[in-house]
Design a binder for this molecule. Structure first.
Ligand code: 8BR
Length: 456
């Protein structure tokens, strides 16, 4: 079929174009992910020690945050019991010390900006400037070698690899990720599916802390990039104990967006699920300052709860492709944003206010990157992405393509002309037994955005 050759061509076109990107800015969230694979005996012993009865009570009445060891274990057990991903903030110093001593099996760079830095700088070899709220050694060493930079200002402005700019006295922002497999058995609890509990011991990213020098010298940073990807705003709350609100952060962000726009830097917003509705609404209002936005079905549905209606939101969540397209049009009408990239299991759609085959090729390249990420867990080089060409293309999406054809007329190699807009649709590659599905969304969005603008 045609998709096979489209995929091959897209890989060639994208990889040829990537070296042409002068620089990408990634802000704001970077942290340390500490992974621990839970061990039954160890966990049971620790729970017995702090008091099993109380832990089980708290498991049924979840506090949603951690102020004691009992609450920490209640969170872990609840996540296992429900097979649900959960993340609780760790407020207590003592619990943070306990977690640090308990340790981890593996450290990885975390935060969307941090993760994308290792992909765009480390694999695509694009000069990448990344915002690090803190730069302790433990975190700096998780950045791979390559053109990854943080700005430093001692006397003059310089861009150096995070490892060359370590600040020994800065805090380690650690997200403790407790992974468990399906069927994991602890006391009388059995995990119905694999998942993870995250104990978040990171005061900085929770408030979208922006370094002072990053604010003061932002004009110099901007001069070094063609593209920017903004992420991490999903954690914002309505107000904080110190009297500040999400507005204070968004004003700061807005000022930086204005400076980027003034220099014609194309800006992508990675829209992660934002629990607070007021913040979510404020983020929609910020979208006119962006060129592009990336989201999945949960995120698009959550926006329809605000600018659409409950029914449209539900249909999007169920994956109805026509509802997805309606929702994308609505979001474009409301915000004027030029590019919306939707991704879900099995297919991606991009709605743009401009035309071009590179939009589709960028989606295809992103699907190869996603499949490589699913296959290998982490991507180390472009040849792993090339390997993904041999992963079968999702055949179910061919039916979706036919439905689109019935509704919109001709679909020319994945591209539908909609008078003033273009819709690109691609069936993705699906890896049958993925090594991991963590961080695939960020891989998809950043690969598509960066490669599309590289191919222009
Ligand atoms: P989010 O985390 O933003 O939802 O992104 C996850 C994406 O990973 C999905 O939209 C889907 O396209 C992709 N994905 C998943 Br989940 N499993 C995959 C697999 N086995 N092979 C390829 N892509 C996958």
């Amino acid at each position: 079929r045609i998709w096979k050759s489209l995929y091959v061509n897209a890989f060639e076109n994208a990889t040829n174009a990537l070296p042409g990107v002068r620089g990408v800015l990634l802000a704001y969230n970077t942290n340390i992910d500490a992974l621990k694979y839970l061990d039954k005996e160890d966990l049971e012993e620790r729970i017995e020690k702090v008091g099993k009865k109380r832990v089980f009570e708290l498991m049924e009445n979840p506090p949603e945050k951690v102020t004691s060891l009992e609450e920490l274990f209640a969170g872990i057990l609840r996540s296992i019991k429900l097979g649900k991903a959960m993340e609780w903030f760790v407020e207590d110093r003592g619990v943070r010390n306990y977690l640090r001593e308990w340790g981890w099996d593996e450290l990885r760079i975390g935060g969307q900006a941090g993760i994308m830095a290792n992909l765009l700088g480390g694999v695509y070899r694009i000069p990448t400037i990344v915002h690090v709220p803190q730069n302790p050694k433990l975190q700096a060493e998780l950045f791979v070698d390559g053109p990854i930079y943080v700005p430093v200002f001692d006397g003059e402005f310089k861009l150096v690899h995070p490892k060359e700019a370590v600040k020994e006295n800065e805090e380690e922002l650690i997200h403790y990720i407790f992974e468990f497999p399906r069927g994991f058995h602890v006391f009388d609890i059995v995990a119905p599916r694999e998942n993870r509990f995250i104990a978040n011991a990171d005061d900085y990213n929770a408030k979208v802390y922006i370094r002072d020098e990053f604010k003061e010298h932002f004009n110099k940073i901007v001069k070094n990039v063609d593209l920017a990807i903004i992420s991490g705003l999903q954690v914002l709350k309505e107000s904080y104990e110190d009297g500040t609100t999400y507005r204070d952060v968004l004003n700061e962000v807005e000022a930086q967006l204005d400076m980027l726009n003034k220099r014609n830097v194309k800006i992508h917003f990675e829209f992660a699920y934002t629990a607070n509705k007021k913040v979510r609404g404020a983020l929609i209002n910020l979208l006119p300052k962006f060129t592009s936005v990336g989201l999945n079905e949960v995120e698009l549905a959550s926006l329809m709860e605000i600018i659409g209606d409950e029914e449209l939101a539900r249909e999007v969540l169920e994956g109805n492709v026509f509802s997805v397209i309606d929702a994308m049009h609505l979001l474009m009408d409301e915000t004027g944003i030029k590019r919306i990239h939707f991704h879900t299991y099995g297919y991606y759609v991009a709605l743009t206010q401009y035309r071009g085959e590179e939009v589709r090729d960028a989606l295809l390249f992103a699907a190869l990157a996603a499949a490589a990420k699913a296959m290998y867990g982490s991507i180390e080089n472009l040849s792993q992405i090339r390997d993904a060409l041999s992963v079968p293309t999702n055949e179910r999406a061919f039916l979706t393509e036919e439905e689109l054809e019935k509704e919109f007329g001709e679909v020319e190699n994945g591209i539908i002309d909609m008078t003033d807009r273009q819709l690109a649709f691609i069936p993705t590659k699906i890896v049958a037994s993925p090594k991991s599905t963590v961080g695939i969304g960020d891989t998809i969005s950043s690969s598509a955005f960066v490669s599309e603008f590289a191919m222009k």
